[in-house]
Design a protein around this ligand. Structure first.
Ligand SMILES: [Zn+2]
Length: 118
């Protein structure tokens, strides 16, 4: 069963971050929300994102590039039963990085990272 999670991410100061092959983007300071999903093992995925996993951190997903930036931290994690894309689009905010976390999105979200404001 696929489960959806939302990471509420605080970026302390504005910075330029390379997001893998997507390119390099200027991120404003403030609160972001990232909506993702994992099939089974959602606990380990979330722990990995929060940097609490015992495994070494490897940059793999778009979100990893943001989370490994200095001054970036996960403030809160919500788990949801609903469909990832529906939850993402209901979340409001703006999409500062087109394509972020949306490589396998078939619902046309544009981005699974939303900027909620300073
Ligand atoms: Zn989507």
């Amino acid at each position: 069963m696929k489960q959806t999670y939302r990471l509420f991410i605080r970026l302390e100061h504005p910075q330029r971050i390379r997001v893998g092959r997507l390119g390099t983007f200027d991120f404003a300071a403030g609160l972001y929300v990232y909506t993702g999903s994992a099939r089974g093992g959602i606990g380990s995925r979330v722990l990995r994102h929060m940097g609490l996993s015992a495994r070494p951190r490897r940059v793999r997903w778009h979100i990893d590039y943001l989370l490994t930036a200095p001054g970036c931290r996960v403030e809160r994690v919500d788990l949801h039963e609903g469909i990832e894309c529906a939850i993402n689009r209901a979340g409001g905010g703006s999409s500062p990085v087109p394509g972020f976390g949306a490589s396998d999105c078939t619902a046309g979200c544009g981005s699974h990272l939303r900027f909620l404001g300073p």
